[in-house]
Design a protein around this ligand. Structure first.
Ligand code: BES
Ligand code: ZN
Ligand code: ZN
Length: 498
């Protein structure tokens, strides 16, 4: 799909489809008003009769029957003017793009004549519209004999308002790059675990590195052992698939600037191990590498956008299987940090593999470390599917991440990390144990990670948000969400003031 920008008047462009926006309860404005006249009042009549009120997500699709240069005109409702946000623009752009696709339109123009959306300028709105469009049209059909036949080929954004055409073009390119990489993350998540193995993830990282000038190293089982990554080794024991530890370095910022480290859980399939999971919906555990996919694809996006920053991505990757040599409840592992860990439940494996990556991060003398992981069902219970859990040791860092969550629509919600929770993972036989009591499971998991960290650190639990298996949303189809890519790029720019 191609995105482009034009500063021509929307009403005058010859096109298969034209998207216009309308606020609920306001009079027709801008290009909507102009087109209403050309179409003999069709839009205003629909508003008057209550057929189309402009409620959020409502759509009015009109065939212009040769009266206007655009063949089909789609008016999308934005809801009440004062409640419209950048996220709503993403969502409505997604809904309209899908409507045009389903109507067989291949090329369309979007008239973003929206000067007054709270807290967002025209360039951001254009970027948001591109993100919503691109993300909503994603489909994963590589294993289907019958492919999605209807495809949008090009989208043209009309440049209006304060931003100049080149500024708009830059924003549009950025939106496209971010969404493409979020969709790559979705592919990695949606691929079954017999294909998306730790080796596959590592090869994806290497491919991206070669293509985009990222430095990349991959440890196999031997190097993992040599590096004393005891948590990763313990989890990998039960699986035939060899483990990988993926390192991606993008050091294009000032030499004196300490790097930001991103850590992602790359568990390519979580059976639970010897503490095996129930069969019901276990197939969804192919998504247990969503954090790893986010980190690999965020690194890609950072390189494609040539962001002047020092960023390192670390992804510990393995399966969690109940093989004959699998780790067993009661076993003790020594992590790279030197902390000894009693493994009470082999299904609490994410914290074991992350602990080594967090300890490894110290070698970079980092500015801060942020990890992202499908870590606990408890976090999904606490927050449902509309926010990821956010933990951390530094208020400023947590605050910046929360702001990025707000800005990208990938919302994060702060959770506590008081010392009482750390007491709950003290072990009788080792330094710590890998599970606490039943309640507060997302927090004791975070407390476990904290034991392996030095300096500023934050943890994002995406167990409830990484994968959609019930109802698809405006710009998020069934399956992998690709969460974290847009979030991390925004966070890095925010933290470094870029
Ligand atoms: N990968 C799971 C967490 C998860 C659950 C992700 C649901 C996505 C959806 C994790 O490894 C796990 O199994 N956690 C256990 C921890 C427990 C044994 C302390 C859990 O949450 O049940
Ligand atoms: Zn598990
Ligand atoms: Zn897991």
């Amino acid at each position: 799909m191609k995105f482009q920008v034009t500063s021509r008047k929307a009403e005058t462009i010859k096109t298969e489809g034209l998207t216009l926006f309308h606020f609920e309860g306001e009079s027709l404005a801008g290009p909507v008003k102009g087109l209403d006249k050309i179409l003999d009042g069709k839009i205003s009549k629909a508003v008057k009769s209550g057929v189309f009120e402009g409620k959020q997500g409502q759509i009015l699709l009109i065939d212009s029957l040769g009266k206007a240069p655009a063949e089909k005109i789609l008016v999308a409702g934005l809801g009440k003017k004062d409640s419209v946000t950048l996220e709503i623009i993403r969502r409505i752009s997604g809904i309209s793009a899908k409507a045009f696709r389903d109507a067989g339109v291949k090329n369309f123009v979007t008239a973003l004549a929206l000067a007054d959306v709270k807290g967002a300028h025209t360039g951001q709105l254009a970027q948001g519209a591109v993100e919503g469009t691109s993300l909503s049209l994603y489909s994963f059909d590589q294993f289907k004999s019958e492919k999605q036949k209807k495809k949008i080929e090009s989208v043209t954004i009309v440049s209006t308002g304060a931003a100049s055409e080149p500024d708009m073009a830059k924003r549009v390119r950025k939106g496209a790059t971010l969404s493409e990489n979020a969709c790559r993350a979705r592919d990695l998540i949606n691929l079954p675990s017999n294909i998306a193995t730790p080796t596959y993830l590592a090869n994806e990282a290497k491919k991206a590195a070669k293509e985009l000038g990222i430095k990349c190293a991959v440890f196999g089982p031997k190097e993992i052992e040599k590096n004393k990554m005891g948590g990763l080794m313990a989890v990998a024991r039960g699986s035939y698939e060899p483990a990988r530890f993926i390192i991606m370095e993008w050091m294009k910022g000032p030499k004196s600037q300490k790097p930001i480290i991103l850590v992602g859980k790359g568990l390519t399939f979580d059976t639970g191990g010897i503490s095996i999971k129930p069969a019901d919906r276990m197939e969804e555990m192919k998504s247990d590498m969503s954090g790893g996919a986010a980190v690999i694809c965020a690194m890609r996006a950072i390189a494609e956008l040539k962001i002047k920053a020092n960023v390192v991505g670390l992804v510990p990757s393995t399966e969690n299987m109940p093989g004959g040599s699998a780790v067993k409840p009661g076993d003790v592992a020594t992590g790279l940090s030197g902390v000894t860990m009693e493994i009470i439940n082999t299904d609490a494996e994410g914290r074991l593999i992350l602990s080594d990556a967090l300890a490894y991060a110290k070698r970079y003398n980092p500015d801060c470390v942020v990890d992202i992981a499908t870590l606990t069902g408890a976090c999904a219970v606490a927050l449902g599917g509309f926010a990821s859990g956010l933990f951390g040791t530094d208020e400023e860092l947590v605050g910046q991440l929360k702001e990025s969550g707000e800005a990208t629509g990938e919302r994060l919600w702060p959770m506590p990390l008081w010392p009482e929770y750390e007491d709950q993972i003290r072990s009788e036989v080792a330094d710590i144990k890998n599970v606490g009591p039943r309640w507060g499971g997302a927090i004791t998991a975070a407390a476990f990670l904290k034991k392996h960290v030095a300096g500023k650190w934050a943890h994002i639990d995406i167990a409830g948000t990484a994968y959609i298996s019930d109802k698809p949303r405006s710009y998020i189809p069934f399956g992998g969400v690709g969460l974290g890519v847009r979030l991390f790029v925004d966070f890095i720019e925010r933290r470094l003031g870029l």
